[in-house]
Structures are given as structure tokens and as C-alpha cells.
Ligand binder design. Structure first.
Ligand SMILES: O=C(CO)[C@H](O)[C@H](O)COP(=O)(O)O
Length: 150
């Protein structure tokens, strides 16, 4: 498993904690920046991480900004991306089981480090249920992308 990481200045500190967690778990990652606390624009980094997931270069992605909102909106603009903004572990589990989310967004100003790492751990260790109804709904999301976005 290889994880695409992306953040802005607001998510940089939490990204370092996520990297520590991934390294402790022996999980590979590719960091698409940003790499400092200097003010920057989250769409650049959210897009880079999302494109790595959409292309298959990385299996999944974790993106972080202050609220998690802007970078999740950005990631979800990339075709094939289902990026879930989670602030609790129940949502992290259910978005894998039901939505087969392929990216997780976190708000560094919303969740503390321990909760954020619990969300990451849950997200990475939960599988899609594969239930027919969930497959059908995900297929409908893809059909909307095909029909409306180009
Ligand atoms: O959460 C975010 C987007 O949803 C950004 O991290 C936030 O807007 C950055 O703001 P500022 O430039 O004032 O630090």
C-alpha cells in the first residue's frame, strides 16, 4: 500500500504526525507537499495527491488543511476520487465500508492529533464491504462523473 499525502500550511504539522504513524506502521507513502508552514494554496497539493491516486500511482491518499474542507473539495474534483472528510472514527469506517472512499481528508484545526491518527488507522484498516447496494451507488457516482464532468 502506498499513500499519497498532501497538505497546505494549516495541515503541515498534522501531516508530520501522520508520516510518523505511517513510518511506525511500515506503510509506504509519497509526499506531494507542501513542506513548510509558509502560507500556500491547498488546491495545488490536494490536486497533486488526488491525481496520484486517480492514476494508480498511489492506492489511497490523505490530505490535510486547517478545516479539511478546501482540500477535500479539491480532491473530489479529480475524476475517480471519492475523498471523505472525517472528524470521527465511525465516519472513517463507514466511508470505507459504504463509499469505498479512496482518499481521506482531515482538518488539522478541527481534530486533535490522537483523534486524527485514530481516524487514519481506522480508514487504512477498513475494507469496502462489497455489498451489491453499495457497489450500485458507487457506480452511479461514476456515471454522474462521466455524464456531467469533462
Ligand atoms: O482550511 C483551509 C481550507 O479549507 C485552509 O487551510 C485555510 O483556509 C487556510 O487559511 P489561512 O491562509 O488563513 O491560514
Amino acid at each position: 500500500m502506498s499513500i499519497a499525502l498532501g497538505c497546505d500550511h494549516g495541515g503541515y504539522g498534522l501531516k508530520l504526525e501522520v508520516i510518523k504513524y505511517l513510518e511506525a506502521q511500515g506503510i509506504a507513502y509519497k509526499d506531494f507537499g507542501s513542506n513548510s508552514l509558509d502560507s500556500c494554496d491547498y488546491p495545488e497539493y490536494g490536486r497533486a495527491a488526488a491525481e496520484a491516486v486517480a492514476s494508480g500511482e498511489c492506492e489511497t491518499g490523505i490530505v490535510i488543511c486547517t478545516t479539511g474542507i478546501g482540500i477535500s473539495i479539491t480532491a473530489n474534483k479529480v475524476k475517480g476520487i471519492r475523498c471523505a472528510l472525517c472528524s470521527d472514527t465511525v465516519s472513517a469506517r463507514l466511508t470505507k465500508e459504504h463509499n469505498d472512499a479512496n482518499m481521506l481528508a482531515l482538518g488539522a484545526g478541527i481534530v486533535g492529533t490522537n483523534l486524527a491518527l485514530g481516524i487514519v488507522d481506522t480508514f487504512l484498516h477498513t475494507e469496502f464491504s462489497g455489498e451489491e447496494k453499495h457497489c450500485r451507488r458507487i457506480t452511479k457516482i461514476a456515471a454522474i462523473e462521466d455524464e456531467l464532468l469533462n
